[in-house]
Design a protein around this ligand. Structure first.
Ligand code: PLP
Length: 290
């Protein structure tokens, strides 16, 4: 049984319980993070903790822990679940209170974290890519907050799955913003383009790393709006997230993207991404051996 963390304790997942009046359960009143672990090491932890802090501030939940305590807690959770490759989910809710939309005056946040297996993207997907469909973005206007209330994202993702696609790419006012659980990149005229951050999309940690890798490796890139028509005409489309890394989209709305196979820039970026991960693993091995 995997170990989880709940409010100061590590315990087996089937023994972790929260009160029914927890506002996470009643209202979806909370925020979360998903952090991949490679070679026993939390990937881009500082960036994830900064985004968590931003989400907490945006919804006025007091920070339950400082960065050093988060690090200790999460490293212990990783170790208790035997290191290696994992996906850590952590969630902070506004805690328990009598049901009332008004926020409790003195909230005691609930802190929960668990580990799940991190499955690598299959060779089949890397070779052939995935299908995506475009859908109207029915979400709210504060999508930069990583809120646990994900009903619109669930409905959108399911609609994509029901149509045989892996992801829904969301369009608002004629602009493609991101996926239901991923960020969006296109390649057009040999340039990598992703929409600028703002209230209508999540500032993805993977997205930022890809921009960093593009910058470091002389790949032309820019943060710019992507019009729906531009998406349809793109040479390559990618979706990025912490657990899926980079997914090439090779069919959009039942039509092939360019020649219908993953493009050359996808292959190059995937190699750069894997090198970056390996470098971190090597650093960790050297640190633990010395
Ligand atoms: N956009 C949305 C709506 C998401 O839910 C996610 C991840 O779950 C992302 C983007 C990608 O973010 P990250 O790269 O930090 O995982």
């Amino acid at each position: 049984m995997a170990a989880v963390y709940l409010n100061g304790e590590f315990l087996p997942a089937d023994q972790a319980c929260i009160p029914v009046l927890d506002r996470g359960f009643i209202f979806g009143d909370g925020v979360y993070e998903v952090i991949p672990v490679y070679g026993g090491r939390l990937f881009r932890l500082d960036e994830h903790l900064q985004r968590l802090r931003n989400s907490l501030h945006a919804v006025r939940i007091p920070e339950p822990l400082g960065d050093a305590d988060w690090r200790t807690l999460l490293e212990e959770l990783v170790a208790r679940n035997h290191g290696g490759e994992q996906s850590i989910y952590l969630q902070v809710t506004r805690g328990s209170a009598q049901r009332d939309h008004a926020m409790p005056e003195h909230p005691e946040p609930t802190v929960f974290a668990m580990s799940s297996p991190l499955h690598p993207v299959s060779a089949e997907i890397r070779e052939h890519g995935v299908a995506a469909i475009t859908l109207d973005d029915i979400r709210w206007q504060r999508c930069h907050i990583k809120a646990i209330s994900l009903l619109p994202n669930i409905l959108l993702r399911q609609q994509a799955l029901d149509q045989g696609a892996a992801e829904a790419i969301l369009v608002r006012d004629g602009l493609a913003t991101e996926g239901a659980a991923s960020n969006l990149f296109i390649v057009s005229d040999d340039t990598l383009i992703t929409p600028p951050t703002g209230p209508l999309l999540l500032p993805g940690i993977t997205r930022d790393l890809i921009l960093e890798l593009a910058e470091a490796n002389g790949i032309p890139h820019r943060e710019h709006d992507i019009r729906h028509e531009q998406l349809r005409d793109a040479d390559e489309i990618w979706l990025t997230s912490s657990t899926k890394e980079i997914l090439p989209v090779t069919r959009l709305d039942d039509r092939p993207v360019a020649d219908g196979s993953p493009g050359p820039l996808y292959r190059r970026m995937l190699a750069l991404y894997q090198d970056y991960k390996q470098h971190l693993r090597d650093q960790h091995t050297m640190a633990t051996e010395s």
